[in-house]
Design a binder for this molecule. Structure first.
Ligand SMILES: Cc1cc2nc3c(=O)[nH]c(=O)nc-3n(C[C@H](O)[C@H](O)[C@H](O)COP(=O)(O)OP(=O)(O)OC[C@H]3O[C@@H](n4cnc5c(N)ncnc54)[C@H](O)[C@@H]3O)c2cc1C
Length: 308
């Protein structure tokens, strides 16, 4: 089938890869190319944050975890499996997504003010590297990515897959998808090899090859993509309480992205359109799981015996 994917963030590119692997012809159209998207700003720690509903999110997150664990064998992907710890200021039940990870260890002794927490190995995805890898994979499989700002979902082709994130306010006429602004600060690597997360804040410190992503904010309904210097200072102060070694790190720059939040992620087929948007703070975490479901909603290539 001839398929147009709208959007070249992590969701659109991952759908394009799976659709190409299933034997379809795929053209990706996007106003922003991969490195210019919200996806490029993501930390990007595997973690089911601000995405709903919980049962479907857990299943998508579980299968994405498994795919990233395989991709981590190839350094060219930018995916690394890293241990890390989430901390809490009050006692917690197990997380709702616990079945999505192979194991999770309770932390009995944490420095104050933290009283509870858990450690697990999670995929950490260096997005600038990974988005280039995804793009190269799309092209190697025979797909194309073209810059185009659309005022409506395109006509033509057999199926349109809408992965336009926050752009679905316009392209799907959907006011339920709203921005949750996130700012991060990039600092030079200072020898950190594990991640830390305090979802209250949210505050996180995520190591990559040459830098460390320090976050963050979750500002509902805020559209500004300009980093704030005062917010950067506040983030660094908060994160330094979580990881004291951060205090002396050299600051490189700040970045902002608008998470496409929705009360419930939209993944459904309506006529010849498959909508796949509203991944909130977990677009990377859910990307392979939702791409597999999009591929099954698109259906088999005519004449194929594999079921596509
Ligand atoms: C600071 C921050 C930290 C984050 N950390 C994490 C993390 O640790 N883990 C995690 O899983 N997630 C994280 N996220 C969330 C993650 O970044 C998003 O869920 C994800 O990027 C959404 O991907 P997407 O492909 O749906 O949207 P986007 O990356 O926004 O891509 C949308 C695409 O649609 C295109 N488009 C939109 N409108 C139009 C139009 N009219 N015409 C043509 N093209 C259009 C855009 O140009 C773009 O190419 C973070 C987000 C932020 C901001």
């Amino acid at each position: 089938m001839r398929i147009t994917v709208v959007g070249a963030g992590v969701v659109g590119l991952t759908c394009a890869v799976r659709l190409l692997e299933a034997g379809h012809d795929v053209a990706v159209l996007a106003r922003d190319l991969p490195r210019e998207t919200t996806s490029a700003v993501a930390a990007a720690l595997w973690y089911p944050y601000r995405a709903f509903p919980q049962d479907r999110v857990t299943a998508w997150a579980r299968s994405t975890y498994a795919t990233f664990a395989e991709l981590a064998d190839d350094p060219a992907t930018g995916v690394v499996m890293r241990p890390g710890t989430e901390v809490f200021g009050s006692p917690q039940p197990d997380p709702w997504w616990v079945s999505a990870v192979p194991s999770l260890t309770r932390e009995g002794r944490l420095p104050p003010p933290y009283v509870d927490g858990w450690t697990f190995v999670a995929p950490v995805v260096e997005m600038p590297v990974y988005l280039e890898w995804l793009l190269a994979r799309v092209e190697a499989l025979g797909g194309s990515v073209t810059r185009m700002a659309l005022a409506a979902l395109p006509e033509g082709g057999d199926v349109v897959v809408n992965c336009s994130g926050i752009g679905s306010r316009l392209l799907a006429g959907d006011p339920a998808v709203t921005p949750v602004r996130g700012q991060v600060v990039l600092v030079e690597q200072f020898g950190l090899d594990r991640w830390w997360l305090d979802a209250a804040g949210p505050t996180y410190v995520v190591p990559r090859a040459r830098d460390v992503v320090v976050g963050g904010t979750g500002e509902e309904g805020e559209w500004s993509r300009t980093p704030s210097a005062a917010t950067a200072e506040e983030i660094l102060a908060r994160a330094s309480r979580l990881v004291p070694a951060l205090a002396g790190a050299r600051v490189l720059r700040s970045a902002v992205g608008l998470r496409p939040a929705r009360p419930s992620l939209r993944l459904e087929r309506v006529g010849r359109t498959v909508h796949c948007y509203g991944h909130g703070g977990a677009g990377v975490t859910l990307s392979w799981g939702t791409a597999d479901e999009v591929t099954s909603l698109v259906g088999a290539v005519p004449g194929s015996t594999t079921g596509g």
